[in-house]
Write a protein that binds this ligand. Structure first.
Ligand code: CP
Ligand code: NVA
Length: 328
């Protein structure tokens, strides 16, 4: 569990003494018992809201009086809206900030930004390019910091994905998850989750776009099977879950687009590929998607697909993450 670094020598305010806080930086650096507790709480909170208008407050208001900063250095629809709505449902308030509009984008150090922001807000969610920015923010902030996506990982997405899988098909422990496509930041968080939640993971994609080996080794060290299989049909055979993502991520140069498409075309998730997965297999995509590139519309809108449940569950999963961060 990433605890608040005690770098701030000023006396703690009432608000800070009141609770224990934790950063949510990655799935592999968060205690598995805490991850399980967050998924279960997210499910309970979702059930409790059934039939309620989206803007109505939760019965308890664990973030009442809390101010949450949502910082974006990259575009976002789901992360931005789900965090904003989630905070409001829990009784808190948000500040939506674009990195380029802040002094952060004009030379102020991340450390100074973290110290300053910590005097104004109770929680910081940041979507950034370099992982180093997130880590430096967490090191110097005296309030919890949440990873809203970096070039290397996207833990909030995978918390929603685990919740979605279990909601439809029961415990993910011991299941076979197959990722087809680019070994990118979203894949990395699946690899982190494989180790922490105990599921097997197969990556299928071109060697040039393999994930970082460290993510695979770390999951294997936790006792799960993690494989690379170049043949997508062999990879998907017997899968409980098939996942893909965009072939060109926000941090990838647009100049690489055509080359990536040529390399990845054979890894498109289409109805023929899904035929090799288990009959009740699920299909996931974090969105935004490029329909008929990485996955066909037939699959995205078909019987296996749970892509919009995934998007909804970002809201519920992140509410549980924020509560955990704040010890609420
Ligand atoms: N899946 C996801 O993080 O979507 P956004 O980029 O829209 O936030
Ligand atoms: N891999 C994608 C995920 C977007 C939510 C990206 O980083 O652009």
């Amino acid at each position: 569990m990433a605890q608040r670094p005690d770098t701030d020598r000023r006396p703690k305010t009432e608000n800070e003494r009141e609770y224990q806080m934790s950063h949510f930086l990655d799935i592999n650096t968060t205690d598995p018992a805490a991850l399980r507790q967050m998924i279960d709480q997210a499910q309970r909170m979702k059930s409790a809201r059934q039939g309620q208008p989206k803007g109505s407050p939760d019965a308890d208001l664990p973030l009442a009086g809390h101010m949450v900063a949502l910082i974006f250095e990259k575009p976002s629809t789901r992360t931005r809206v789900s965090f904003d709505v989630g905070v409001r449902q829990m009784g808190g308030e948000t500040l939506l900030l674009s990195g380029s509009d802040m002094q952060l984008g004009h030379g102020e150090t991340i450390a100074d930004t973290a110290r300053v922001m910590s005097r104004y807000v109770d929680l910081i969610m940041i979507r950034t390019f370099e992982e180093a920015t997130l880590l430096e923010m967490a090191e110097h902030a005296t309030v919890p910091v949440i990873n809203g996506l970096t070039n290397r990982s996207h833990p909030c997405q995978i918390m929603a994905d685990i919740m979605t899988f279990e909601e439809h098909n029961g415990p993910i422990k011991g299941r076979k998850v197959v990722w087809s496509g680019d070994g990118n930041n979203v894949f990395s968080s699946f690899a982190h989750a494989a180790g922490q939640f105990g599921f097997d993971l197969t990556f299928t994609g071109p060697q040039t776009l393999d994930p970082e080996a460290v993510f695979l080794q770390e999951a294997r060290a936790k006792g799960v099977t993690v494989e690379i299989e170049r043949d997508p049909v062999k990879a998907v055979t017997g899968a409980d879950l098939v996942v893909t993502d965009t072939w060109v991520s926000m941090h990838d140069p647009q100049s690489a687009r055509e080359r990536r498409h040529n390399q990845l075309r054979g890894y498109q998730v289409n109805a023929e590929l899904m035929r090799h997965a288990k009959p009740d297999a699920l299909f996931m995509h974090c969105l935004p998607a490029h329909r008929d590139d990485e996955a066909t519309s037939e699959v995205m809108d078909g019987a296996h697909s749970v892509i919009f449940d995934e998007a909804e569950n970002r809201l519920h999963a992140q509410k549980a993450v924020m509560r955990w961060c704040l010890g609420r």
